[in-house]
Structure formats: structure tokens, C-alpha cells
Design a binder for this molecule. Structure first.
Ligand code: SF4
Ligand code: SF4
Length: 188
């Protein structure tokens, strides 16, 4: 007899499997001790503390995870990962949930944070190092605030905090390989 599985449940299981594959972590190993949450430096602004994110993933409730403020705002301090008695890299799990949310175009409520993150990654991918002038211009244009903080530009230039010419790194091919590996989860 065929077992009918709703597309939501099937998608949830597929996303969890994908997060596990890419991150190399076993979500099912979490036994909800709560140590990750007790040391989490960001949980005061999250909607779900890290141990609840793990539980939601175990239950296949990926929509809650992908749309969560936690996925958008977690700043990868990795305190949770160092405290987990099961050696689960919780920060890595959340990071991959965040990446899948980005791939699905899920903006969540923290649009500015997402915009900054995507701009930052695109910038580093392009130049190998952060080119602040281009980053700030890109963010201002994409957020429709072209003159945001413009009054600070003379001061920043005078203090040589921003370089007009983008930096160049030597081995760009290696850089692109790193990005490819992180995105695919395949370490060859
Ligand atoms: S990596 Fe994220 S979830 Fe983990 S402790 Fe830091 S802020 Fe909290
Ligand atoms: S510390 Fe590890 S085992 Fe404990 S709740 Fe967090 S992820 Fe689960």
C-alpha cells in the first residue's frame, strides 16, 4: 500500500537532509540539553533559541527555521558549537539553513541584515577582500537610500579608511573554489 506523504512534509525532510549533507552535522543527534541556548550570545534578539532551531529541524518544520529571525541574525560567534556535548556544530547548521533560505529567496523580516550579508559575500567573492567603497555604494543603491551616510565620506577618505581602487588577490581561482565548495557542501 502506498504511503501518502504531504509535499510540505517531504520538502521538510529534504531540506533537513540537505542541511545535514552540506554541513556534515547530524541534526538527529541533538538531545535537547539546551546548553547551546544557555550560552548563545544572540538569543535575546532571536525568535527561536538554537536548541529550538534544532528541534524544529528534527520535526521537519523547516519553514519556521528558514523564515526565522534566528537564521537571519545569528552572527556565527560559534559559542553554541563549542558547548554542545554532542559535538554538533550548531552555528554551522544555522548557517546552512540561512544559505538555503537565501537560495529560496526568503527575505524574512530582517531585510537590511540579509541585504548586507549578500552584499558582503558578493563583494569578497569578487575582490578576494572587502572593498568597502563598493559595498557601501551597493547597499545604499539596493536599499534605495543613495545618500545614506554621505556626509561621512570626506572624513573616511581623510583617515584613509576606504580605498577607491578595489584590492586584488593573486589566486582568484582558489577563492572561487572555496565559494563553490561552501555552497555545494562538497569538499573535494
Ligand atoms: S553562533 Fe549564533 S546561535 Fe550560536 S551562540 Fe552564536 S549567535 Fe547564538
Ligand atoms: S547543546 Fe547540542 S545537544 Fe544540547 S540542545 Fe544544543 S545542539 Fe542539542
Amino acid at each position: 500500500m502506498a504511503i501518502l506523504v504531504s509535499s510540505t512534509v517531504a520538502d521538510g525532510a529534504a531540506v533537513v537532509a540537505e542541511i545535514e549533507r552540506r554541513s556534515g552535522e547530524r541534526v538527529s543527534a541533538c538531545y535537547q540539553c539546551g546548553r547551546c541556548t544557555s550560552t548563545c550570545t544572540g538569543s535575546f534578539v532571536f525568535d527561536y533559541p538554537p536548541h529550538r532551531i534544532m528541534r524544529l529541524l528534527q520535526l521537519g518544520q523547516v519553514d519556521e527555521v528558514l523564515n526565522s529571525r534566528t537564521a537571519q541574525l545569528c552572527f556565527d560567534c560559534m559559542t553554541c558549537s563549542t558547548r554542545c556535548p554532542m559535538n554538533i556544530d550548531v552555528a554551522n547548521v544555522i548557517e546552512h539553513a540561512k544559505m538555503i533560505a537565501d537560495e529560496r529567496g526568503i527575505e524574512g523580516d530582517e531585510k537590511d541584515v540579509r541585504l548586507f550579508r549578500l552584499a558582503f559575500l558578493q563583494n569578497v567573492r569578487r575582490h578576494g577582500r572587502l572593498h568597502e567603497a563598493r559595498l557601501l555604494t551597493w547597499i545604499n543603491l539596493r536599499s534605495f537610500k543613495p545618500f545614506n551616510d554621505l556626509e561621512l565620506v570626506p572624513l573616511i577618505l581623510r583617515k584613509k579608511k576606504i580605498h577607491i581602487v578595489p584590492p586584488r588577490i593573486r589566486n582568484r581561482r582558489q577563492l572561487h573554489r572555496i565559494f563553490r565548495e561552501v555552497n555545494s557542501g562538497d569538499k573535494s
